[in-house]
Design a binder for this molecule. Structure first.
Ligand SMILES: Cc1cc2nc3c(=O)[nH]c(=O)nc-3n(C[C@H](O)[C@H](O)[C@H](O)COP(=O)(O)OP(=O)(O)OC[C@H]3O[C@@H](n4cnc5c(N)ncnc54)[C@H](O)[C@@H]3O)c2cc1C
Length: 429
């Protein structure tokens, strides 16, 4: 019997590749009609564009190695596009130590203190000791209230809404410690990585089945794992589920009540929402990433992808994402494209006074459920173990990459580790 994998995102595909390369028979079941999960793209002109903005950091060594292993290394490009914040109606670049010292939204002594705090987080390796603190407590204490209110609280609120003051400090540590200013992109879109993964898995004897929504997971009396989908059943020797924990708990049959109650309580996520605009001219002057720290905007960031990659890659379109993280029952997830445009476009003139709705050539709305785990103190200790109470069924998902804030690199590394666990468990039995 083959090994089954539920989910054709970075994690599931990296695990599948490792398993087929070790000579095992593998079947990947993916609900969507394309591979790539949250990092999947759609066709925009001659290239693919991610539904949600994506780039890599220089420290993302595992996914970079995978990209080269799959023969896509020549598509990697590295740049240092400008990353800024909107504060008090002004755009401030916050890309370097010099920018921090010039950050006019704060008095000079606070800027110096901010620089010292960032340097400390860059150098400190022992993130575990920071778990005693919420990010709100630690940042307010070491930066002072003014910097916390102007810079950090808007970031935490934007990502975690009402949970902003419960987020664990290691999450901020990872964002500062592990990231580089140089950003990497796969020219033509990360979709190429996921397509190549799928092709390589198939070429090595694996199967990748799209449009297969798993609706049940159970262990049969003979020990086989039975996976029910909307179009047929499968029996596997082992199963790796890469689903969010709450979804796994809903689909798996025969789990102890206590296990379900314990991990359902912890598995809260926000969803991601993006309006992608294809404009006939640029929106921002040279800024790639603009964190929106001012109140009253219906989105938390503006990412002008074509201030990073050339508009020619998208048939001359200027591509802008307006992004949000929100509770999955938020009304924005129920709005159609016209309603989202009506709610968002008037606010763009607050950033670029010349902006006119007539600049919009095309608009696309993307909604990603379970996109951002809510990572509170002690999060790592409350994650479900990879071996579930169902024999032969393993679980791994984005929550397990904590304290990292998600990332293709960490999902790929986790997928590779999970494949080794699966191989080990088949040797042991
Ligand atoms: C807004 C946003 C921005 C991001 N920016 C970056 C970035 O700049 N750089 C970066 O590296 N990463 C970024 N990420 C994170 C990155 O997308 C994720 O870390 C990575 O894609 C997670 O891969 P995964 O396989 O763990 O999960 P997923 O991508 O969620 O894969 C899970 C898969 O399971 C499938 N599935 C779900 N339910 C079922 C079912 N019942 N049956 C069958 N299949 C099912 C889903 O369709 C999906 O394909 C970003 C994410 C978001 C949301």
């Amino acid at each position: 019997m083959a090994i089954g994998i539920v989910g054709g995102g970075a994690l599931g595909l990296a695990a599948a590749l490792t398993l087929v390369e070790a000579g095992r028979e593998v079947v990947v079941l993916e609900r969507d009609t394309t591979l790539g999960g949250l990092a999947a793209g759609f066709k925009l002109g001659p290239s693919y564009l991610e539904r949600f903005y994506h780039h890599l950091f220089g420290t993302d060594t595992t996914v970079l190695e995978l990209i080269r292993h799959l023969g896509l290394g020549e598509r990697l490009v590295w740049k240092r596009p400008d990353q800024s914040v909107l504060s008090g109606g002004r755009i401030y670049s916050l890309d370097s130590a010099v920018d921090v010292l010039r950050f006019g939204a704060l008095p000079l002594p606070d800027r110096v203190r901010l620089g010292a705090v960032l340097a400390y987080l860059k150098l400190e390796r022992r993130y575990q000791q920071l778990d005693r603190w919420t990010a709100a407590e630690w940042l307010a204490r070491w930066n002072g209230q003014a910097t916390y209110r102007v810079l950090w609280e808007p970031l935490l609120r934007a990502k975690f809404g009402v949970h902003f003051d419960r987020i664990a400090m290691p999450w901020i540590w990872a964002r500062i410690h592990c990231r580089t200013q140089a950003l990497g992109y796969l020219r033509g879109g990360f979709q190429a990585l996921y397509e190549r993964l799928g092709e390589t898995i198939v070429a090595r004897g694996g199967r990748v089945e799209l449009g297969k929504e798993v609706s049940g997971i159970a262990v049969e009396p003979d020990g086989a794992v039975l996976v029910t989908t909307t179009s047929g059943d499968y029996r596997f020797e082992r199963l790796l589920a890469t689903l969010p924990t709450r979804l796994f708990l809903r689909l798996a049959r025969g789990l102890p009540r206590e296990y379900v109650d314990r991990y359902a309580a912890e598995g809260e996520h926000f969803g991601a929402h993006c309006l992608v605009l294809a404009l006939e001219r640029p929106l921002l002057q040279d800024v790639y990433w603009l964190g929106v720290n001012d109140p009253g905007f219906p989105f938390l960031s503006i990412i002008e992808h074509t201030n990073y990659m050339p508009p020619q890659d998208y048939g001359g379109r200027h591509v802008v994402y307006l992004g949000n993280y929100l509770p999955m029952d938020h009304e924005l997830f129920r709005m159609d494209e016209r309603q989202v445009l009506e709610a968002f476009l008037p606010h763009l003139a607050r950033v670029t006074p010349a902006f006119k709705p007539g600049w919009v050539r095309e608009a696309y709305v993307f909604k990603g459920p379970y996109a951002q785990p809510i990572v509170t103190r002690g999060y790592a200790d409350r994650l479900p173990p990879h071996q579930t109470p169902l024999p032969g069924v393993l679980l791994a998902n984005m929550g397990h990459v904590y304290p990292q804030d998600r990332g293709q690199n960490y999902s790929v590394a986790l997928g590779q580790r999970m494949a080794k666990l699966v191989l080990q468990s088949t040797v042991d039995s």
